[in-house]
Design a protein around this ligand. Structure first.
Ligand code: NAP
Ligand code: MG
Length: 493
């Protein structure tokens, strides 16, 4: 299992990682390290510096200095150029970065399920294009006399990026991209379970020509470094992705200096399959909507609503597809699903799996931790529950593991009512060949995204965001860029 090859990232040659402030590796002021694990083996992979409030303060000072200093003199074309140079480095170091991420959080390295290199590159190229597209407006006014009215746009300032562990590279590019495009600066706090790819990226950004201090990284605990960043008086905006519970804390912390927020929180997304759907596409589509990244995706389509006439057939297909997936060593060729991130996450998922039958759900397939050569890691079988009702715990709470709860319905109206009976509103899916049904669902579902006859597609120009308790603030697209800009009206008489 642990046959790590010569590709083992040089970044881990020294496994004691410091924090990255002003383009330099520095020791945290109070000292101390926290271990980060390889979830495929349970072994300690590296030691992360335990940054605290004083370190966050240093990082924010550095970010403010860069914001007001050298970075403010970059023209839009120069900001675009620096993103393009970073894209070149990203392409060159892609294997290294994804290897770091696989070791750190367990995403399969070779599988087609892994976000393709092209996805990251396209995301950053989109932001490079935005660097030169930002503009204000001239608005005709109705004032007496000769008054010109303009709307100016300026970067909002220092951004705190709080990054989750489930896809750190993707998560950080969704902050770094708009930061570089708009001329903001950032302090990133990656998750203590998966900080390594974020730390390495910070170094590459400086190599690409991003001035020191524009992107700083403070590792540490959420309750220490994360909370200090969320509360910091000189941070103008926080971009947070994570649980709804922590999102509530971020909102409270923002009150101190009335920070702007972008929150992408939890989900319990419905994926609705009508009897007229093309099942050859719907079965794998729904399955991967749940099982990709071992279910650790905020928009995972874990509440699967299936029209009653195809319910049994669909459940059999879903269970068979889950059993066919290769779960194992994230570094091995052919692996489709890796481990869960941590013992804590494993305990949480197995706790929900135990709760299903207690509340009357039928375990159709999966549900067990994998042993044998995988016993050291946090591996769980792709799992299907049938006979689920919308009120059971496994249909209401975010499990964040490879668990599908399959619920029957009769009519489109009933499917809509059930799908919307949740506190969340992040993703959703509809599988049908009837345009009328599709449009009814597209209009009726209360969620930030509806995928029709597909699931989980994302384009940086389109973007993504939540309704209800899944958060607010759009991620991607021009709406996101606007969130990194402050608007100013000028009345010129
Ligand atoms: P979490 O606690 O919300 O963590 C997300 C990020 O926030 C991490 O960087 C975390 O740092 C940081 N953080 C934690 N407490 C904080 C605080 N008081 N102030 C500021 N930052 C803080 O999520 P988690 O504990 O990793 O996972 C718990 C659940 O969240 C999962 O089971 C899942 O349901 C959900 N989740 C959702 C997403 C998503 O994409 N929507 C992603 C991850 C998790 P530390 O990790 O160092 O504590
Ligand atoms: Mg780790």
């Amino acid at each position: 299992m642990n046959n790590i090859s010569s590709d083992y990232p040089a970044f881990l040659a020294n496994p004691e990682k410091q924090i990255f402030i002003d383009g330099q590796w520095v020791a945290p002021l109070e000292g101390g390290f926290i271990p980060t694990h390889n979830p495929a083996t349970g072994e300690v992979l590296a030691q992360l510096a335990r940054g605290r409030a004083a370190d966050v303060d240093r990082a924010v000072i550095s970010a403010r200095r860069a914001f007001e200093g050298p970075w403010s003199r970059f023209t839009p074309a120069q900001r675009q150029q620096v993103i393009m140079r970073f894209v070149e480095l990203l392409e060159r170091h892609y294997e290294e970065l994804t290897m770091l991420e696989s070791l750190d959080m367990g995403a399969p390295l070779h599988g087609r399920l892994r976000p393709a290199k092209g996805g990251f590159v396209q995301t950053l190229l989109y932001y490079a294009s935005q660097a030169r597209s930002i503009h204000g407006e001239t608005i005709p006014n109705s004032l007496p006399g000769n008054v010109t009215t303009l709307i100016l746009k300026a970067p909002v300032g220092v951004v705190g990026g709080i990054i989750p562990w489930n896809a750190p590279l993707f998560g950080q590019f969704n902050v770094i991209g708009p930061v570089l495009a708009t001329g903001c600066t950032a302090v990133l706090k990656p998750a203590e379970d998966a900080s390594l790819s974020v730390l390495r990226t910070a170094e590459l950004l400086v190599e690409a020509g991003v001035p020191p201090g524009v992107v700083n990284v403070v590792t540490g605990l959420g309750s220490e470094a994360g909370a200090a960043l969320a509360a910091h008086r000189d941070v103008n905006r926080v971009a947070f992705t994570g649980s709804t519970a922590t999102g509530r804390e971020i909102i409270k912390a923002s009150a101190g200096n009335i920070k702007r927020l972008q929150l992408e929180l939890g989900g319990k997304s419905p994926d609705i399959v009508f009897a007229d759907a093309d099942l050859e596409r719907a079965v794998p589509g729904v399955a991967m909507g749940v099982y990709s990244n071992s279910g650790q995706i905020c928009f995972a389509g874990t509440r699967v609503f299936v029209q009653r006439s195809i319910y049994e057939q669909f459940i059999d297909g879903l269970a068979a597809y889950g059993r066919s997936l290769k779960v194992g060593d994230p570094l091995a060729v052919g692996t489709q699903l890796g481990p869960l991130i941590s013992q804590r996450q494993l305990d949480q998922v197995l706790g929900y799996v135990a709760k299903g039958p207690q509340e009357g759900a039928a375990l159709v397939s999966g549900g067990k931790r994998l042993g044998g050569p995988l016993a050291g890691g946090y591996f769980v079988e792709p799992t299907v529950f049938g006979n689920v009702t919308n009120t059971m715990t496994i249909a209401r709470e975010e499990i964040f593991g490879p668990v599908a709860s399959v619920i029957p319905f009769d009519t489109a109206d009933e499917a809509l009512t059930l799908a919307n009976a949740t506190d969340y509103g992040l993703g959703s899916g509809v599988w049908s060949s009837n345009l009328g049904t599709v449009m009814k669902m597209v209009h009726g579902i209360q969620a930030g995204t509806v995928w029709v006859n597909c699931y989980g597609l994302l384009d940086p120009a389109v973007g993504f965001g939540g309704w209800k308790q899944s958060g607010y603030g759009w991620k991607g697209g021009t709406a996101q860029i606007e969130g990194y800009l402050a608007q100013k009206a000028a009345y010129i008489a």
